[in-house]
Structure formats: structure tokens, C-alpha cells
Design a protein. Structure first.
Length: 372
């Protein structure tokens, strides 16, 4: 079976986590890079990664890379690629992309050249002079970094972080892929209970519950590649059935949330139900100051509001000091708080046992983990 090269963009800081996930799916030649992971595999892997990846932002077929310092270089490099393998006669193939630190810096001009080169290639292969572009959409993307051109087609459509459950969200919600990465780093999926005392719309709790039960995040959504004639429909059915077989329906797991804002609690509950984990996620109105680590063990995950999002900086730091008071060291318990504030440990009152650099969008943060 034909092997394809893929690229999976991801948030900065989780490339290694995504690489490990793709290897478990059967990917080969896995190469984590800044903000993405390049790998190879079959058409089945394309489908599997879209349905099951918790950390990728999207899955792209990588057609090729070459160096270009002139528009002629760009045209010839693009025309040499096998576009007819992926674009049918009536398919639409819009082009978008970006360029950084390269001789070719005009994005509109690069878009025009890439489009023209693809058209010329397809005209020669199909023997037609005009493309109506009325069928499936095949999104073409180019990246040009230090004169190195990469051509890709997007298989996902809507970003993979949009699982479909979060139609409702509170102010400044955490991205689903980042929440899933926090769950992975803290091994929260293996815990008996996960608690988020500032739960907002419930993203951390929902991602923890889905991971604990091995629920594929894309099991119930659609993808751009489902429209493509060269990708058998049977593959989608096969991989969805495989994902369903992995679900641990009897997994004992509790995700407990609290928030001082009563308006976000129905949103969190509704999101959990849409995600299929309504029976595992329970939320209630509760002030952070009343938190106590009850029980033999637990994992506390927290994405508190901070100055760049909802609170002014001093109010956010007051919240960190409260956390330091109530997140007391206790055997069997761990605490993980994500924050962009470089003074967090000072405000919290203790140095973290472990730190992990992560990005919440373009905002550089640290995940502060306490387990001793």
C-alpha cells in the first residue's frame, strides 16, 4: 500500500507528546519539529490520526519540499509535484500560505504562482483547459521558511481542536488540544479523580474524562478528506468502529469541577453531555478558598484566570496566593496550574517540583506541577 508523508501542526511545546501519540497509531519516520510533527504512513493512518489525535491541530499531506529564491523556482517546483494524485477534475483547490525570512515574501504573488503551477500540471495530466472547481474542496497550503518551500494539502477542514462538544464556552476557554496535553503531562487519565476548582466551561475535566475512557476526540465529527474520491469511504467506517472498540465504558473515573461563577456551570455540564462524559463530569458553584484535598488521591488541574485574559494582574496574583494556601502537599495528590505569570511560584509560595513550557495560543506559559 502506498505510503504518504504527513505533517501535523501542533501547539508549541507539545511536539514530543504528539510524536509519541502518532507512533502508537502506527506512524513511521516520526520527526518532531518546531510547531509540527512530520511522519509517514498509509491512507488508513490519515483517517486514524484525524479521528483519534488529541494533540494535532490538523493532519496535512506533505507533497514535497524544495528551495526557491525566484518565482520561476517556485513555479517549476510546484508543477513537478503529483497534484493529480489528490485533486480530481472538478475539485476546488484554493491556495493559502505564508512566507518568513525568504526572498519570496509577497503572499498574494506566491499564491498566484502556486495556483498557476497546479493548473498547468493538471491541464497536462487531464487534457482539459478549464477547471470548474465545483466538487470537493482540496485546500492547498504553502509555507516558505528561509527559502525552503513546503507544499501541503489539508485533510481535516475545521481544526482538530474543535471536537464538537464545546458549542458553548465561558470567557477565555483553554484550547482543547492544550487541555489534552496537560492531561497527558500530569498523567491525569490514570487517576481515580480529577478536580478543577476553576473549571469554567469544563474543558480540562472533559478532556481528562475522554482520555481516561479512551474516547477518540474526533469520533463524531466530519473531516474535509471525507469528500475526496481517492480516499475510500470504508476507511472512515473502519477507523470509527476501531475507535469505538477502544472505549472503556466501565472505567471508574470522576471529574469534579467548581467555579465561583454560577453562570458557567450549566455550560460545563452541557459541554460534558455533548462530549459523552456527562456521567463522569460533575460541577458545582464553589469558592476556591473552600477547596480541600479530600480522599486518598487526586489530580488537581487548573487554568486560573489571569491578567492577559480576565482579571487584572494583582487580582490574578491574589488568586495564586489563595491556591498556595489551599493546594497543600498531601500524599497521593498532585497539583498542576498553567500560568503566563513569571512570578507565579513567588505568589503561590512554593517552587514547583516540575515545570513545563507550553503555549496557550501565542501566549507563552508554564505548567507548574506540585506532587511532593
Amino acid at each position: 500500500m502506498e505510503r504518504l508523508t504527513y505533517s501535523a501542526p501542533c501547539l508549541f511545546g507539545i511536539e514530543g507528546i504528539l510524536g509519541d501519540e502518532l507512533r502508537r497509531m502506527g506512524a513511521e519516520d516520526v520527526t518532531p519539529q518546531n510547531g509540527k510533527v512530520v511522519f509517514s504512513g498509509s491512507e488508513e493512518l490519515l483517517v486514524r490520526a484525524n479521528i483519534s489525535s488529541r494533540y494535532a491541530e490538523r493532519i496535512q499531506v506533505q507533497l514535497g519540499t524544495f528551495r526557491a529564491t525566484s518565482f520561476e523556482d517556485l513555479f517549476q517546483g510546484v508543477r513537478a509535484l503529483p497534484w493529480e494524485r489528490f485533486i480530481a477534475k472538478k475539485d476546488a483547490f484554493p491556495v493559502k500560505g505564508w512566507s518568513l525570512n525568504s526572498a519570496l515574501h509577497s503572499i498574494p504573488d506566491c499564491q498566484s504562482i502556486v495556483k498557476k503551477a497546479i493548473v498547468e500540471r493538471l491541464k497536462a495530466k487531464y487534457g482539459i483547459g478549464w477547471f470548474e472547481e465545483t466538487a470537493a474542496t482540496v485546500q492547498v497550503q504553502f509555507t516558505i521558511l528561509k527559502d525552503e518551500v513546503t507544499l501541503l494539502i489539508d485533510t481535516s477542514g475545521v481544526g482538530l481542536h474543535k471536537r464538537g462538544y464545546r458549542r458553548n464556552a465561558g470567557g477565555a476557554p483553554l484550547k482543547e488540544t492544550l487541555a489534552a496535553a496537560i492531561v497527558d503531562v500530569t498523567r491525569a487519565r490514570l487517576a481515580e479523580q480529577v478536580i478543577d476548582p476553576c473549571c469554567g466551561s469544563g474543558t480540562l475535566l472533559i478532556e481528562a474524562a475522554m482520555a481516561a475512557r479512551r474516547m477518540a476526540p474526533g469520533a463524531h465529527r466530519r473531516f474535509a478528506a471525507m469528500q475526496w474520491g481517492w480516499l475510500p469511504e470504508e476507511l472512515w467506517k473502519q477507523e470509527r468502529e476501531h475507535a469505538a472498540e477502544q472505549v472503556l465504558y466501565d472505567r471508574s473515573f470522576a471529574a469534579l469541577g467548581g467555579d465561583i461563577d454560577p453562570e458557567v456551570l450549566p455550560i460545563a455540564t452541557d459541554n460534558a453531555i455533548k462530549a459523552g462524559v456527562g456521567g463522569q463530569v460533575k460541577v458545582e458553584q464553589r469558592d476556591l478558598r473552600t477547596f480541600r484535598p479530600d480522599g486518598e488521591s487526586g489530580v488537581v488541574l487548573c487554568n486560573p484566570p489571569y491578567g492577559e485574559r480576565l482579571l487584572d494582574v494583582e487580582t490574578a496574583r491574589k488568586l495564586y496566593r489563595t491556591m498556595g494556601e489551599v493546594f497543600v502537599p498531601k500524599k497521593g495528590w498532585s497539583y498542576a496550574i498553567i500560568s503566563p505569570d513569571e512570578t507565579f511560584e513567588t505568589q503561590f509560595g512554593r517552587k514547583a517540583d516540575k515545570r513545563r513550557k507550553l503555549y496557550n495560543g501565542m501566549l507563552k506559559c508554564q505548567l507548574y506541577i506540585y506532587y511532593r
